[in-house]
Design a protein around this ligand. Structure first.
Ligand SMILES: [Zn+2]
Length: 349
């Protein structure tokens, strides 16, 4: 039975992709930069059908005139008893567009909104979801949102936007949400970009929404005031890879065809690993020098540019070398991984 179901799911997936004109194996320019792909603001938002009743939603998070023209994605799961959205958008206007696009796909109401990433570019617009939506997050993310709410209340004056709704339900490890006959597995595979990173797996369709654990052809901000957990992040991706999903969907960067995405998640993990290698060597050297003098190493000497609780693995010089003098402007060459670190002070990726 299991085999039959899996075979059917594969067919649905391929048929779904063909129906929106994404030929499997077609040449795509491997870049997150919308301008390099010849796209304009008018091309967004874009809805891509991944399987029967499963859609990826690509929205341009920043104006195309900036060098931050990459997508912020959401997942839309339609069931016969309502819609589940995974990861939202950064502003209420953007989230309203998402809600409007969902209404074009189905008359079903949005019942659940799963927060896979608690950074503002994915939750900032959550107040624009209709009333009655149940928000689900990891306990760590719920605490982050509660802190945001109390900080906003403490500032007084006119708030910049409506408060982000506090999640009513949490998933610390794993939960299967069954809605309208569709199983939706919400899971925490370990800390990665935010610390409360949740993934969503659809067993029937064999699709894995990776949230901000997977950036397609973007290098994430991991230092400079960002909470990120590079060492654990790599292990989290490995756990996801071990699930052998048919399709890994990124939260940032384009939702390309399965062949490309399944290669790119490996490339992304390797990029994280490569970045750590020099830092590990440096850590060994620093520890060795200290041990020779009979001293212990201060944590600050091992942790450069990292706000998380794991030792860090990149130096500022490496960060600079990676992003280059012109930041994302280097990114246009097909086949290169780009970084958004240059903009760490302006956006939370
Ligand atoms: Zn983000």
């Amino acid at each position: 039975m299991r085999f039959t179901v899996r075979r059917r799911a594969t067919f649905v997936l391929v048929a779904g992709l063909l129906s929106v004109g994404i030929a499997v194996g077609a040449q795509v320019v491997r870049t997150a930069d919308a301008t390099v792909r010849g796209l304009t603001e008018r091309d967004f938002p874009r809805v891509k059908k991944l399987a029967e009743n499963v859609y990826a939603y690509e929205e341009l998070g920043n104006p195309i005139t900036t060098n931050l023209a990459f997508t912020t994605n959401s997942l839309i799961i339609v069931t016969r008893d309502g819609v589940v959205v995974v990861d939202g958008q950064g502003s209420e206007a953007q989230t309203k567009r998402l809600v409007d696009e969902i209404a074009k796909i189905t008359p079903q109401p949005i019942k659940y909104m799963i927060i896979g990433a608690d950074h503002v570019d994915h939750i900032g617009g959550n107040a624009a979801f209709p009333g009655g939506v149940t928000f689900i997050a990891h306990p760590t993310s719920k605490a982050v949102i509660e802190r945001m709410a109390s900080a906003a209340a403490g500032r007084g004056g006119a708030p910049a936007r409506r408060p982000i709704p506090i999640p009513q339900e949490t998933v610390a490890d794993k939960r299967t949400l069954t809605l309208g006959g569709t199983d939706i597995q919400i899971m925490f595979l370990g800390r990665a970009h935010t610390g409360g990173d949740l993934e969503v797996y659809l067993p029937r369709e064999n699709i894995m929404w990776m949230s901000e654990v997977f950036f397609n052809r973007l290098y994430p901000s991991v230092g400079g005031g960002f909470t990120a957990f590079p060492t654990e992040w790599i292990e989290t991706i490995k756990k996801a890879e071990a699930m052998k999903a048919g399709l890994y969907v990124p939260n940032h960067g384009f939702v390309d065809n399965p062949q490309v995405l399944n290669e790119e998640i490996v490339n992304f993990r390797r990029a994280l690993e490569n970045r750590q290698l020099p830092a590990r060597a440096r850590e060994r050297r620093v520890r060795g020098q200290a041990a020779a003098r009979g001293r212990r190493v201060a944590r600050s000497r091992l942790s450069i540019g990292q706000s998380g609780r794991v030792p860090v693995l990149v130096s500022r010089r490496q960060q600079h070398a990676r992003r280059g003098p012109k930041g994302l402007r280097r990114r246009g060459r097909p086949g290169t991984i780009v970084t958004e670190s240059a903009h760490a002070s302006r956006v939370r990726d």
